[in-house]
Design a protein. Structure first.
Length: 201
């Protein structure tokens, strides 16, 4: 299959907030166990959202969805699920739709690069969705995309418009994903509590 015949693909990149500090504090073995628990939680949701796991790198995962609406929904569900898990740090997620090509079990292209960069600039507990993914997904019942921002991403020549995606359903016990991120910071990394105040403001 050539790149000319491929439809746009939606990619999700996600990683655990504070994983480097957690590794330094608790050691390599405990940190590896945390990453593996994270992977298992994510994999439970993949089949329900017709998503494909592409690869894992340290505490990060790369996923692919053919349906951009499903990709946004999956990103929010993952953030909620991970943030509601007491023994896991919060997750941050980047979602982008665009061009990419498959090669030997992996994917390459602009959509992959942008999704990875969006993950790196997302806040704790945040699902950062590009304008391209939002437009391709269309209206999504039960979810809202707010806080429109413009990001200049590393090695991406044009600025990327983004939206923060969240569920419109009433928050379950423990509050919103960002609120739980703030609580996690206060418990595990008090030195970063100023960040907690920022993301919950």
């Amino acid at each position: 299959m050539t790149s000319a015949t491929l439809s746009p693909q939606t990619f999700l990149f996600m990683d655990l907030v504070g994983f480097t500090a957690l590794t330094a504090e608790r050691g390599d073995g405990d940190a590896a166990d945390v990453a593996l628990r994270f992977y298992r939680r994510v994999r439970v949701l993949l089949a329900r959202h017709d998503a494909e796991e592409i690869k894992t790198i340290g505490d990060a995962m790369m996923l692919r969805c053919e349906d951009p609406r499903t990709g946004v929904e999956l990103g929010v569900r993952l953030s909620e699920d991970i943030c509601a898990t007491p023994d896991l740090p919060p997750v941050r997620v980047g979602v982008h739709t665009g061009s990419a090509v498959p090669r030997e079990g992996d994917w390459y292209g602009n959509a992959v690069n942008v999704a990875a960069r969006l993950c790196s600039v997302a806040g704790g507990g945040e699902v950062l969705v590009s304008e391209e993914a939002r437009s391709a997904a269309g209206p999504i019942g039960g979810f809202e995309l707010t806080d429109r921002r413009l990001h200049w991403l590393k090695n991406v020549p044009e600025p990327v418009v983004t939206w923060s995606a969240a569920s419109t359903e009433p928050a379950q016990v423990g509050g919103t994903a960002r609120g739980r991120f703030a609580a996690w910071l206060r418990r595990h990394n008090p030195a970063r509590c100023s960040e907690a105040r920022t993301v919950t403001a």
